[in-house]
Design a protein around this ligand. Structure first.
Ligand code: FPP
Length: 236
């Protein structure tokens, strides 16, 4: 599709929020005889390119799954490398914040991250406040953990009955619309604890393309597939 057509397709379809499960970095590196961390490094470049493209074509919210509550089980060297990449990205984001129209949100339990990383998160979020598009990076994020966190916050308020709205308002994604489309690269067909509550009516798209190989044209294919879906939200 041409840029113009894809913009029109986004506009017409009501596609506001795309969430990406960025899978396949390890395989991408292994295929080239490189360490897995090299795949993550390349994955950050892809993330920057894809996030920018999404904002160019009129997507209001982009969410990416950068580190799950289960990813701590990986070798320490890989975990450390991923955290370093996030730190570096936050520094770069803070330095170039005026160039982009995105408000950054880190979603997940950040309380266990290093104080230096928490500071960088606060700084980047503060600097980008009020920008029209949203970029959400899920970091130490788990859908179950997020729900437990929300229920506990509600219990603390002394609530004896809670509504779906109460829960939505206490998620890490409070005030962020639910994803319309969840794209998973790397060929798997599961959510892996990603946005469990928010995904209730999201369309799911899986591509065998490994995340570092993901190009704007692959995003177009996902959007084209989304445009062909009939979203009934439980109706007829
Ligand atoms: C899954 O691929 C990928 C991850 C667990 C990490 C994704 C993180 C990044 C792309 C960097 C994030 C940084 C920022 C700043 C957003 P995998 O390693 O499980 O791949 P495999 O299935 O091929 O082994």
């Amino acid at each position: 599709m041409t840029d113009m057509n894809i913009k029109q397709a986004v506009d017409k379809s009501g596609l506001r929020h795309i969430a990406f499960i960025m899978d396949g970095n390890g395989r991408w590196a292994q295929k080239r005889g490189l360490p897995r961390t090299h795949g993550h490094k390349e994955g950050v470049k892809t993330f920057e390119r894809i996030a920018e493209y999404c904002s160019e074509i009129g997507i209001e919210v982009v969410t990416v799954y950068a580190f799950s509550t289960e990813n701590w089980k990986r070798p320490k060297a890989e975990v450390d490398a991923l955290m370093k990449l996030v730190e570096r990205y936050l520094d770069e984001f803070a330095q170039t914040v005026d160039k982009y129209q995105v408000e950054l949100h880190i979603i997940g339990d950040t309380s266990v991250l290093s104080p230096a990383l928490q500071q960088k998160i606060d700084r980047a979020e503060q600097l980008s406040k009020g920008k029209p598009c949203k970029l959400c990076v899920a970091l130490n994020y788990g859908g179950r953990d997020e729900l437990v966190h929300a229920y506990n916050a509600l219990l603390k308020q002394g609530k004896s009955q809670i509504t779906a709205q109460d829960i939505s308002a206490h998620l890490y994604t409070a005030n962020i619309p639910d994803p319309d489309l969840i794209v998973r690269t790397g060929g798997e067909m599961r959510l892996s604890n990603f946005l469990l509550w928010q995904a209730a009516y999201s369309e799911f798209y899986s591509t065998p393309t490994l995340w570092p190989d993901m190009k704007p044209a692959d995003v177009d294919l996902a959007i084209e597939a989304f445009c062909k879906r009939s979203r009934r939200f439980g109706g007829v």
